[in-house]
Design a protein around this ligand. Structure first.
Ligand code: TRP
Length: 331
């Protein structure tokens, strides 16, 4: 039986922290046996916000190395700009996406506010069009499932609308309607402010780099906010969640019971969590060092896997051009 297809993508922005890892990339790794997986580093998407041209390419490779270091298989990984068919399909999809719908995307609203706060208040058409390119990322591989966080549900809804309009127009069920696969993965919060998501954009103390120095990881956990009223605080909940995510379920259950009984010492909890994160981080760092030592070969390998994946994309694009009345080599 053919395996079902999974597609997901991530933008090349900076380091990988435990929020990205447990919230998304670990899940990619875990799905690799059961599904046929396509995982993209989407550098075209990274151009939609003001960015530094000197850093983009480097960030793309860095993210590729990071993904490999945590266990994504090289054959499943591609770089979006090495598969330019995404953008061509994106253009075609512009004509199947409704203006009103795209205008309503909350990610666009949020990011355009951020953009307006920038130096010259510039908002690009690319930022507006971002979800249409995302629909192309997904549909070009006829993905059955898209593992993403809840914040992407509107984009997935739009993707299905585009697929539907396309199917209606060409008079057949050409595109599979992809399903969102909300992952059972936890939403890791900032240890410095457990009411907000762990994220890089909030600043240094709000994320823990998975390749970070041991001393720094320990310090960040030590200073984690745990202050509590009568019920378990968000900070303690977050630390227990990190422990569970590291695979120490029993220990986390035990500590949670102690918290309920009021016997848990937070310094102890922090030591256990820091040990668990450091243990993971050491494995990642060792793997990353191996990868970086062999950079050139790894880059070639990813270029090859992108070419192989590109074949799938080319086939879809050819069929689509045929269906919508454009020319391809056949005509
Ligand atoms: N928009 C996604 C994010 O912000 C990234 C993304 C781009 C994506 N293309 C995709 C996710 C296709 C899933 C499928 O996280």
């Amino acid at each position: 039986m053919n395996k079902k297809r999974v597609l997901s993508c991530i933008q090349p922005t900076g380091d990988m922290h435990f929020g990205n890892y447990f919230g998304a990339v670990k899940n990619w790794v875990d799905m690799q046996d059961e599904y046929e997986c396509f995982y993209g580093v989407v550098d075209y998407h990274a151009m939609t916000m003001p960015y530094d041209v000197k850093k983009l390419r480097n960030n793309t490779w860095e993210l590729i190395f990071n993904c490999l270091a945590v266990g994504v298989k090289p054959d499943n990984l591609f770089v979006q700009s090495l598969v330019p068919e995404h953008t061509e399909l994106g253009w075609i999809f512009n004509n199947f996406a409704g203006m009103g719908r795209v205008e309503n995307m909350t990610q666009f609203k949020d990011k355009s506010i951020q953009s307006k706060l920038g130096k010259d208040g510039f908002i690009s058409v690319g930022l507006f069009d971002y979800p249409v390119l995302q629909a192309a990322d997904i549909l070009i591989y006829k993905a059955d499932f898209v593992p993403v966080g809840k914040d992407q549900s509107q984009h997935l809804e739009l993707t299905r609308e585009i697929a539907n309009r396309f199917n209606n127009m060409v008079g057949k069920e050409y595109f599979v309607l992809p399903e969102t696969k909300y992952t059972a993965t936890p939403k890791i919060m900032s240890t410095a402010d457990p009411l907000r998501k762990m994220s890089k954009s909030a600043g240094e103390k709000h994320f823990i780099n998975i390749f970070g120095e041991e001393a720094r990881i320990r310090k960040q956990i030590k200073s984690a906010v745990t202050s509590s009223d009568t019920k378990m605080s968000e900070g303690v909940k977050n630390l227990l969640q990190l422990l569970t995510a590291c695979g120490y379920n029993d220990k986390a259950d035990e500590l949670e019971k102690m918290e309920m009984d009021g016997t848990l010492k937070y310094s102890e909890l922090k030591d256990v969590v820091a040990d668990a994160l450091v243990e993971r981080s050491e494995i990642f760092k060792t793997k990353k060092a191996e990868i970086v030592a062999d950079k050139k070969a790894i880059k070639n390998q990813i270029k090859d896997s992108s070419s192989a994946i590109r074949k799938v994309a080319q086939q879809t694009l050819n069929e689509v051009k045929d269906l919508v009345g454009l020319l391809n080599v056949k005509h």
